[in-house]
Ligand binder design. Structure first.
Ligand SMILES: CC(C)(COP(=O)(O)OP(=O)(O)OC[C@H]1O[C@@H](n2cnc3c(N)ncnc32)[C@H](O)[C@@H]1OP(=O)(O)O)[C@@H](O)C(=O)NCCC(=O)NCCS
Length: 148
């Protein structure tokens, strides 16, 4: 599958395609209200957009100009998963974060989400620890970190 479309930083004004993508990629997507409560002062949002569709998104929390960013959500449209686009998108995202003087990223990932863990390891994240009963359904999370 060829990689078409644009990688860009979102200004939070066109959330519709991202809400749709979230619903396609996750069994428990956020509500429209949760999306609308995102605040450009505390969040960074990047997307892979193709015309009016969103093929991918990466959402980070960041307090002020803190050097640490928290990866809250990353996903690709299911047809694009496992096809190499995530790595290109990730390279774009990291470049943007470096330009914004972010020095490290941390994240939590469900310990059975092997594909996501495989992706994070591939792009350089290391596991810091296992957090038991992290999610509301009782499942465990790996806490991972990447130094930029
Ligand atoms: C997470 C996500 C963005 C990664 O993008 P992707 O294009 O699917 O990832 P890639 O295929 O580039 O990388 C996944 C790696 O894990 C490996 N992998 C896949 N399934 C695996 C499994 N069951 N066990 C171990 N490794 C696995 C792949 O082989 C691949 O490594 P490789 O390219 O060296 O072969 C994408 O899968 C996605 O949107 N998932 C749904 C949303 C999600 O779970 N997001 C993360 C939590 S917020």
């Amino acid at each position: 599958m060829s990689i078409s479309g644009d990688f860009l930083r979102s200004d939070f004004n066109q959330l519709g395609p991202l809400i749709e993508l979230d619903a396609q990629a996750f069994p428990f997507p956020w509500s429209a209200q949760q999306w609308e409560e995102l605040n450009p002062d505390h969040h960074l949002l990047f997307c892979w957009q193709d015309r009016n569709r969103a093929n991918g998104l990466a959402l980070f929390g960041r307090i002020g100009r803190d050097s640490v960013a928290h990866l809250l959500k990353i996903c690709l449209e299911p047809a694009f998963q496992g096809k190499g686009g995530s790595t290109e998108f990730w390279i774009f995202v990291v470049k943007q974060l470096v330009d914004l003087e972010v020095k490290s990223i941390f994240l939590e990932v469900e310990e059975l989400n092997h594909r996501a863990i495989g992706f994070y390891r591939k792009v350089g994240f290391r596991t810091l620890r296992l957090s038991k009963n992290f999610y509301s359904n009782g499942s465990n999370a790996l806490i991972m970190e990447l130094t930029l």
